[in-house]
Design a protein around this ligand. Structure first.
Ligand code: SAM
Length: 236
């Protein structure tokens, strides 16, 4: 019975994943994902960890955990780590990297299996931009639900604000090539994310409180440390 339920969950996730195509968009390059992107992402992760240093014993959830590179840093810092991802191949990489101690869930982050008020820190790095608008919004709603009342959210993603001449434009060309290469659906979602105001618009929509913000890579990337509004009636 358990196996059948797991299979149904797998099929549902694949049909409703961020591509909507029923395919795993990361299948072909999950094995090389870290070699390609870690040289760029590791610096952003390090800055995020400086902005909100992890403490041993903290319960940390990474939404769209990918290969587990982000969670590995928190695991090394002694945190209790949880991750959710909807790509079977990326999920497989994360399992290999983080081992049995990590609590990993294969599925759509807009419907997570955790009870309310669970996590001290929820992170999501270069994930939200690739989701369809409705999924993205539901994911933030879910994040608020499972976050402890005094918990924090750390978001890293593309910034939709003005770019610095030369450096910003140079990075923008590289990012645009990478986003086009990720496929039509991915690029469409990225464009919608940027045009609708990126993380700033989402943060405002969900009434999150900005504790810190850092704009990087010539204006192309942004890191936010957020808290949920304790008065917010929608936090449940
Ligand atoms: C660009 S990768 C980033 C991976 C990782 N966060 C990192 O920093 O390396 C985006 C990840 O988000 C996952 N993802 C996209 N939509 C998702 C959803 N609705 N639920 C869970 N994971 C999702 C993808 O499967 C992929 O692994």
């Amino acid at each position: 019975m358990k196996t059948i339920l797991k299979k149904i969950n797998f099929i549902t996730v694949m049909k409703s994943n961020n591509t909507g195509s029923g395919k795993d968009p990361y299948k072909r390059f999950s094995k090389w994902y870290d070699s390609i992107f870690e040289p760029l992402n590791s610096g952003l992760r390090a800055i995020g960890m400086k902005m909100f240093p992890p403490q041993a014993g903290m319960k940390v959830l990474d939404i769209g955990c990918g290969t587990g590179a982000h969670l590995k840093l928190y695991q090394n810092a002694g945190c209790e780590v949880y991750g959710v991802d909807a790509s079977p191949s990326m999920f497989g990489q994360a399992k290999e990297k983080l081992g049995e101690e990590a609590n990993l869930h294969f599925g759509d982050a807009s419907n997570m299996p955790y009870p309310d008020n669970q996590f001290d820190l929820i992170t999501s790095s270069t994930v939200l931009h690739e989701m369809a608008a409705a999924v993205r919004s539901n994911v933030l709603k879910e994040a608020k639900r499972v976050l402890k009342k005094d918990g924090h959210i750390l978001l890293i993603d593309f910034h939709s604000g003005p770019l610095k001449p030369l450096k910003g434009w140079f990075y923008k060309i590289i990012i645009t090539i990478a986003e086009i290469s990720a496929g039509r659906k991915h690029f469409k979602n990225y464009r919608q994310f940027m045009r609708s105001g990126g993380l700033d618009a989402l943060i405002e929509k969900h009434g999150l409180i900005i504790e810190q913000r850092k704009i990087l890579s010539g204006g192309n990337m942004v890191i936010y440390i957020l808290q949920k509004n304790k008065e917010d009636e929608n936090e449940k």
